[in-house]
Design a protein around this ligand. Structure first.
Ligand code: NAD
Length: 355
């Protein structure tokens, strides 16, 4: 199989973890007889430095013309003072919007070798396997109007939370379809006791549910869900929620598994899907060979599975990650006493060796 992948390393540790993931993809290509062609593109701070804007048209054209997009992370203190439209993070929002990626899939699965790395008790987290389906192109992050004004002699900042029926319906369908391939349980998270957007959300999710009588649907308020994720995470299988709630809950689910450096994600919906680790550019450890590359390597496994339908190849990566962890190899973020501490490059090499 031959596939073209647009590769956007971005900033900070993005460059390091993407380099590792590409080495892993090359190892998979060699073992299984595929050809992956990489087209490197700029986004975020790297693009701002080179072109003056966070998401150049050339990057979008490359992305649209490829079979999948791999992104590292964007952002860093250097660009934090930039005005809103010139912040590196605008590139992420732009890519999602332009590629029509409305469904963000974030698995939070605990690797048994890492049960002790979680800040929660072993019996609470052992066996946790959750997928958070987050709506990605609507809600508070995109709603208009937004901005700053002076009202009654003082500054105000404002955003608009808005959802249309069709936006809710398509993300609900994505979530029900995922639930159908798993344990057939879906929990829709909202704040319907307070927000009109949530009341519409719940109404549409209930409508869509009529086409999925085999799926057990439940509803939970977001504040309760944030508690339940800590109290008894094993009650969840698939969670579907809107953009802002999903942003926060998926990071919380992430920490059940020990480190944000372990978490992969896929953004689907358009013709070209995008794969990226959940973490950011981690300026505090950038350029020091300390970053955990597993989140990005696992994102590449999701790419193989979801975009290229290469299940065996994805499984080979997953198994290699599990093997490396069970043999006690760790990057700093998941290190515990008695384990073998590795850098980004060395961890990547170990995973490749087990592929
Ligand atoms: P972050 O995820 O970059 O870092 C949070 C903490 O987790 C840091 O202590 C970091 O060292 C650690 N960490 C993150 N990934 C790691 C990895 N792979 N291995 C080991 N440790 C890891 O979040 P932040 O500090 O809030 O944000 C830093 C920058 O990244 C900001 O500019 C932010 O806007 C940006 N950001 C980008 C994305 C993205 O590109 N998708 C996501 C979140 C944040």
């Amino acid at each position: 199989m031959k596939k073209v992948i647009t590769v956007i390393p971005g900033d900070g540790i993005g460059k390091e973890v993407v380099e590792g993931a590409l080495h892993v993809l090359n190892a998979v290509a060699k073992k299984f007889g595929h050809t992956f062609e990489y087209k490197h593109a700029l986004a975020g701070g790297a693009a701002l430095d080179a072109t003056g804007i966070p998401l150049p048209e050339e990057t979008l054209s490359l992305a649209r013309a490829s079979d999948a997009v791999l992104l590292g992370a964007v952002g860093g203190p250097k660009w934090d003072v930039n005005p809103q439209h010139l912040k590196p993070e605008r590139a992420l929002l732009g890519l999602r919007k332009e590629l029509g990626l409305y469904a963000n899939i974030r698995p939070a699965k605990i690797y048994s070798a890492l049960v002790d790395a979680s800040s929660l008790k072993k019996e609470i987290v052992d066996g946790v396997d959750i997928i958070v389906v987050r709506e990605l192109t609507g809600g508070l992050y995109f709603g208009k109007p937004s901005g700053f004004e002076t009202r009654n002699g003082e500054q105000v900042g404002f955003n608009t939370m808005i959802y249309s029926e069709s936006e809710v319906r398509r993300i609900a369908v994505s979530a029900f379809e995922i639930a159908r391939k798993r344990k057939k349980r879906l929990c829709s998270v909202d704040k319907a006791n307070v927000l009109e957007t949530s009341q519409l959300w719940r109404k549409i999710v209930l409508e869509v549910a009529r086409q999925y009588p085999d799926i057990e649907l439940s509803h939970m308020y977001v504040d309760n869900c944030s508690m339940q994720l800590i109290r008894n995470p094993k009650q969840f299988d698939v969670i579907v929620t809107e953009n802002l709630f999903g942003d926060i809950l998926s990071d919380e689910a992430a920490m059940l598994t020990g480190s944000i450096g372990m978490l992969a994600s896929a953004s689907l919906g358009g013709t070209v899907a995008m794969y990226e680790p959940v973490h950011g550019s981690a300026p505090d450890i950038a350029g020091q060979n300390k970053a955990n590359p597993i989140a990005t390597i696992a994102s590449v496994a999701m790419m193989l599975k979801y975009s290229f339908d290469l299940g065996a190849e994805a499984d080979a990566i997953e198994l290699a990650i599990e093997t490396v962890l069970s043999k006690g190899y760790r990057t700093g973020d998941i290190y515990t006493e008695g384990m073998t501490l590795l850098g980004t490059k060395e961890m990547t090499e170990k995973i490749i060796a087990f592929i």
